[in-house]
Ligand binder design. Structure first.
Ligand SMILES: Nc1ncnc2c1ncn2[C@@H]1O[C@H](COP(=O)(O)OP(=O)(O)O)[C@@H](O)[C@H]1O
Ligand SMILES: [Mg+2]
Length: 224
């Protein structure tokens, strides 16, 4: 088996990741000239190794190491699917994934990059696929979906072993009905973050999600 990612191990060992409170992004300590950080989440930071750019190394925060095994086992069950990254190996502190080109839907909104309806269709199909494999598609939000050549690629499958519906995807899908209002326009960062934080406690603002959407539309400066 080709283990060309192993040359990255030395560089990765120079970096450690610490989790932050309040669901904020992890902190990165140390650095290596051969690594490029391609994203941060609340559990891990993801790096590309310049000498083997086809891989993404998901380096977990010290307090989140137990999730590595879980996420690897989810990838094992998912098997080969175009909807997800591939997982090649796991180590004490990181997973070796396929590096996926693309822009998160969050960044698409920030930059005014068009998100085609095909992305919604793809995520629906991916969720069906996950269920067929006996897993629970959870935690599907704007930062966990990449737009890749007009199609969706879902990253971060770590919660699929948990029970319960977080309704994040259902809500995003229904919000897409209003997408034409902002299609092709950059949504300012402050506004996107405000909406994200309102959403995290949406039932303070409304009884139903639809009512919450109306609240958002009323309180933002979107123009047709
Ligand atoms: N396989 C990948 N290829 C390219 N970028 C990735 C990949 N996996 C994750 N990323 C980037 O890193 C970010 C954090 O990764 P993620 O797996 O969501 O971490 P967390 O579990 O902490 O949320 C993502 O939002 C994305 O921008
Ligand atoms: Mg994530």
């Amino acid at each position: 088996m080709n283990k060309s990612w192993e040359s990255a191990i030395e560089s990765l060992s120079q970096i450690s990741i610490t989790s932050s409170s309040n669901n904020e992004p992890v902190m990165i300590d140390g650095s290596s000239e051969d690594l490029r950080c391609v994203g941060v989440g609340t559990d891990a930071a993801v790096f590309q190794f310049l000498h083997a750019p086809e891989y993404a190394f998901k380096l977990y925060a010290d307090s989140k190491f137990s999730k590595i095994e879980i996420e690897e086992s989810v990838y094992d069950v998912l098997g080969d699917s175009t909807y997800f990254s591939k997982c090649y190996a796991s180590y004490d502190k990181f997973l070796v994934l396929s590096y996926e080109e693309g822009v998160t839907l969050y960044d698409c909104l920030l930059q005014g990059i068009h998100v085609p309806e095909q992305v919604i269709v793809d995520v629906e199909k991916a969720r069906e696929y996950v269920r067929e494999k006996g897993l629970n598609p959870r935690d599907i939000h704007l930062k966990n979906i990449l737009l890749q050549n007009g199609r969706a690629k879902i990253i971060d499958v770590s919660e699929y072993v948990q029970a319960g519906n977080d309704f994040r995807w259902e809500h995003l899908k229904s919000a897409y009905e209003y997408y034409h209002l902002i299609d092709g326009k950059s949504v300012p960062y402050w506004l996107l973050e405000a909406i994200r934080k309102w959403y995290n406690q949406w039932n303070k603002y409304a009884y139903t999600f639809d009512e919450f959407m109306k609240y958002v539309l009323r309180n933002t400066t979107f123009r047709k």
